[in-house]
Design a protein around this ligand. Sequence first.
Ligand code: PEP
Ligand code: MN
Length: 368
Amino acid sequence: MADNYHLSIINSKNIMELKPIKLAGVEDKRPLVIAGPCSAETEEQVMETATQLAKKGVKIFRAGIWKPRTKPGGFEGVGVEGLGWMQRVKQETGMYVTTEVATAKHVEEALKADMDLLWIGARTSANPFAMQELADALQGVDIPVLVKNPVNPDLELWIGGMERLNNAGITRLGAIHRGFSTYEKKIYRNLPQWHIPLELRRRYPDLPILCDPSHIGGKRELIAPLCQQAMDLNFDGLIVESHCSPDKAWSDASQQVTPDSLEYILEMLVIRAETHSTEDLGQLRKQIDLCDDNIIQELAKRMRVAREIGTFKKENGVTVFQNTRYNEILEKRAAQGEQCEMSGEFMKKIFEAIHEESVRQQMEIINK
Ligand code: PEP
Ligand code: MN
């Protein structure tokens, strides 16, 4: 039963109908960048941040209008009024705009205010009732929707939420990896658990996946390395929190960066090509496989000789273990390895393991 279950997961086919999130004027190259403050706070803060980001070449502006807060009493977002500021951003900077929706009412307001993309937050994607409510509200609407992973590390729940939207006709879907909650906070605010988005990529190769380094890291210093990691894992895009005065932000202050820092972070990214390098990688891996074949063949030959020595030792009453010979092998091969650009330590480990196997095989012969 368990095997069938795992097989069905391994073989499960892409059952979502997906189309690329193409946006006129946004170059189709990695990374697709979305940036903007955690929350829209005031008209000035939104306009100032957006103007600076647009100058840096950012094409898609994010800002939370309704904020899901862990405890009551925190800043819960400016609400509908902020949608007007987002419209101003659109008109004055030409950027696309996106905000988080968590209820059917939010969807209605966001569509009325002409948002270009929507995203669904981690607390919402963890709740199938909420996801169904959003899917129903979006029935027949052609808008790109980005779905953050649920707060808990449950890939099926994440996919299930996206399937609900897809069943409602949303085909321009994307996923946002924002890390997973833990009780004990360690370096990360939310653990990356990269294998989860990578499994999502394996199952839905056509689904764009963005990384949200701000909510994974929770700290400014972690944004750059997380962006680089995401690019090295072939993520399609990044959604980064950026604020004109991060220290004064009304929510998530410690993880927001200025538009200047964001520009620097993006400029420093090393973007490695995918297709070409995987072809090259395939060739190189074939060479590695060949080397490994040869290593095994040679080891087998060596063991055959070792067994012959074992027979000789048995016939002549000589002990299996010969300390001087053992030391001689280790020292000679460690030195030789160093001449061939390998560490002596590594060579010693290899020859200790080989010698151990030889001794084991000779002991079997002696005791026959
Ligand atoms: C956000 O993007 O500001 C947000 C609330 O994120 P998350 O849903 O990932 O916590
Ligand atoms: Mn935030």
